[in-house]
Design a binder for this molecule. Sequence first.
Ligand SMILES: Cc1cc2nc3c(=O)[nH]c(=O)nc-3n(C[C@H](O)[C@H](O)[C@H](O)COP(=O)(O)OP(=O)(O)OC[C@H]3O[C@@H](n4cnc5c(N)ncnc54)[C@H](O)[C@@H]3O)c2cc1C
Length: 371
Amino acid sequence: MTPSTDIIVIGSGIIGCAVACELGRRGASVRVLDDRMAGMGATQASAGMLAPYNEIDEEGAHLELTLRALDCFDAFMAGVTADSGQPVPYHRTGTLTLAFSDDAAARLGRLLELMRARGVAAQLLDADEVRREEPAVSPAARGGLVIRSHGYVAATVLTQALVTAARRYGVTFTVAPRVHTVRQHRDEVVVDNGTETFVAAHVVNAAGSWAGQVRVEGAAVVPVHPVRGQLLHLKASGPNLRRVTWGERCYLVPWDDGSLLVGATVEHAGFDERTTLGGMRELIAAAAATLLPEWHATVVGVRAGLRPGTPDDLPIIGPSAVAPRVMYATGHYRNGILLAPITATLVADALLGGTLDPMLSATSPARFGAL
Ligand SMILES: Cc1cc2nc3c(=O)[nH]c(=O)nc-3n(C[C@H](O)[C@H](O)[C@H](O)COP(=O)(O)OP(=O)(O)OC[C@H]3O[C@@H](n4cnc5c(N)ncnc54)[C@H](O)[C@@H]3O)c2cc1C
């Protein structure tokens, strides 16, 4: 049996790394367990967009959570950069959402109303203004909406910076077989991976799409399911797009090095993390419908990841009611990069500060039964 730590974090995706770093920063002794290097799950596939209004277009807990997440991103990035000494590409240059049909234009109008009611700056563009704003966009675009507060971050670089910062706070990263069982016994938790057991005062299940494969004794299976996303990486031959652009069937994320991410497929393919020809075809067709025919690029690569989906699309963050020393931080679906900082704060406040943020009532595992 490995000597005990304060907190074991299962999974070293962006969520596990952000949680571990925050716990370490606040003085806890933390061990992160994964069977591969940090950030190699869904996180490495992510486009890194920070765009709540593109993802959620109605009021409610989900929008509240993602907007709080966006609000804390500047401070979070400043902290990680300072603590790791590593620069992380991060831009808040806004997004342009395009409309190619009447329905899409009407949706943009509704989104504008929602944002205006919240006092958020957004600008509706007609077809000519779209072309001036983003000359590479197809002439079929009838209009667009610019949301200036949105941004994007290099998710893999950010995850590596979190690992560096966490190590400086004494966090240990252990590559070991996958955890299969967690057992709460009196005032400690025993974590078992089949070859070794680890003991801690608390455990955080941050195993992404695989969270349901970690059995918590006495609790139901956490209902997280994998939703595969594939993403195409291109290199523009001419000038790149100026900002993140959403078409009706894909989004396009331009990077400083002249490359462009085209995402993403939404597929129910079980735990299959492979890329496919069908996925590439879909993304190429979607990009071609969004951009000018003369926009040329070479293919850098294609990648895939499993988004951790939940039955109501909200993440599962909070302590288990059945085994209170077990905390869930999973199910972040399409927004795990955006939600990483707020998740780390909510988990650390609950574990170390004894404070359950009111937001946790919406993300509570108990909404899915005996968890
Ligand atoms: C194509 C694509 C594009 C995306 N774009 C965006 C975007 O633009 N913006 C955004 O905010 N989000 C985006 N997402 C979503 C985001 O990537 C995910 O929500 C986020 O990466 C989830 O992070 P995670 O740490 O929970 O999971 P993961 O990154 O999957 O990490 C989970 C880790 O747990 C480990 N693990 C699993 N089981 C065990 C076990 N039993 N024991 C030990 N370790 C275990 C795995 O090996 C893995 O490393 C995108 C996702 C995809 C696929």
